[in-house]
Design a binder for this molecule. Structure first.
Ligand SMILES: [Zn+2]
Ligand SMILES: [Zn+2]
Length: 410
């Protein structure tokens, strides 16, 4: 673009009132971002006005842009990413000044100072770090504050799916709340709200957080088990959101490892997309059951026949309603006169303890109910999980209402 006489006239009027740097001057007239500094220089030469020490519009931000970009690039070297987005945080007064100036001199079409800052920094990041500027789903977003001289880098979350096994009893799946503050945060728990006791969650998080250089990890479990249960076989799947990771790739071998407290990671992978919120699964549990009366062979046969593709109802205290849980198969083995072991294959989310005990019809039919005896799981070894399989959701047809419950028409 050439500075014609109309542009020169207007520029002269602007500069008589407001001292502007070449970039802020050229930006008011240049249709393209990469032309503005050159255009600013050209105008200034023609009307013989020197570039001021301090620019009225950008307050020196543009003059300092190389330095600002250098700092951003140094910080970004600590992150592994392919695509990025840049934003700028500048005082509102600066934006207002530019708007007022443009209104006063009837200037239209120039890009804004904010756009200039972000594109100048983005260009330098692309050139130096060889990364791609991408507005859609970028790996990292950097917001620069050129006045206060700092930047915030926010990497996009990653998701991990993996499995764990647990060969030691007494380890809860989830982190336990701090007893002193009940999760609010206090000096005892160093304000974390959590007790410093072992759990699957803390062992896995302690492994994943440094591996990804992330700020924290948020878990979604595919079901849960008792603290005293073992998790055997291929283990239980879970999903973890890796929040603000500095690394985005991890070798598959890293997901096979022994952690603390008899917990082991049994394979996993990084997902780029957030997984679906609810997964359907099936599990096989081995329950150690104690009856109050001696059990006979016929009793064991009876429960095996009853719990074959049976839809039972289970009360969910969280949802405050009864849910249907399918038991696909049950195999019972006598251990001693009053003790037996049941291998139960059932729908995910089935409460194994309640399935055995019944808990006052919170689960019905239960093994206790079918045997007409009160059965309990062993306190020390209640049940172990031997398999968890992610499956397609069970589609339940609406149940027809039995005829006798339909009131006769009057
Ligand atoms: Zn300026
Ligand atoms: Zn506490």
């Amino acid at each position: 673009m050439k500075a014609d006489s109309a542009v020169l006239q207007k520029a002269e009027a602007i500069l008589a009132k407001y001292p502007l740097c070449n970039s802020c001057l050229g930006r008011q007239f240049a249709p393209r971002k990469d032309e503005q500094i050159e255009l600013g220089e050209q105008i200034r030469k023609k009307i013989a006005v020197k570039e001021p020490e301090r620019c009225y519009l950008c307050e020196g931000i543009i003059k300092d842009i190389d330095h600002t970009a250098k700092n951003v690039i140094e910080v970004l070297r600590g992150y592994k990413f392919k695509t990025f987005l840049v934003g700028a945080s500048i005082p509102h007064s600066i934006i207002e000044n530019e708007d007022t100036l443009r209104a006063e001199f009837k200037l239209k079409g120039g890009s804004s100072l904010k756009a200039e800052i972000t594109s100048a920094i983005a260009k330098r990041i692309e050139n130096v770090l060889k990364k791609k500027f991408g507005a859609r789903n970028p790996d990292v977003v950097v917001v620069v504050n050129p006045i206060e001289k700092f930047q915030t880098v926010t990497p996009r979350s990653l998701f991990v799916t993996a499995r764990y096994t647990k060969v030691k009893r007494g380890i809860p799946q989830k982190k336990q709340r701090c007893n002193d503050c009940n999760g609010k945060g206090c000096p005892t728990c160093s304000w974390s709200g959590f007790a410093d006791t072992p759990s699957v969650e803390s062992a896995v998080a302690d492994y994943l957080v440094p591996m990804f250089g992330s700020r924290k990890v948020k878990f979604s479990w595919v079901g849960s088990e008792d603290d005293e249960s073992l998790v055997l076989g291929n283990g239980r799947p879970f999903y973890a959101e890796i929040i603000e990771p500095k690394k985005r790739k991890v070798a598959a071998a890293k997901f096979h490892t022994r952690l603390k407290h008899g917990i082991e990671l049994k394979g996993g992978k990084v997902l780029e997309e957030r997984p679906l919120p609810e997964v359907s699964f099936e599990l096989v549990a081995e329950a150690n059951i104690e009856a109050s009366k001696p059990v006979k062979k016929a009793d064991l046969r009876k429960i095996a026949t009853t719990f074959r593709n049976l839809d039972a109802s289970q009360y969910s205290p969280n949802k405050m309603k009864f849910l249907t849980k399918r038991v696909f198969a049950l195999k019972a083995e006598q251990v001693s006169s009053k003790k037996f072991k049941a291998t139960i294959r059932c729908e995910g989310g089935t409460n194994i303890k309640k399935l055995v005990q019944g808990n006052h019809l919170e689960f019905s039919p239960s093994i206790s109910e079918v045997l007409g005896d009160s059965c309990n799981v062993n306190a020390k070894k209640p049940f172990d999980i031997t398999s968890v399989k992610v499956v397609e959701k069970i589609v339940r047809k609406p149940q027809p209402i039995p005829a006798e419950t339909i009131p006769a028409e009057s």
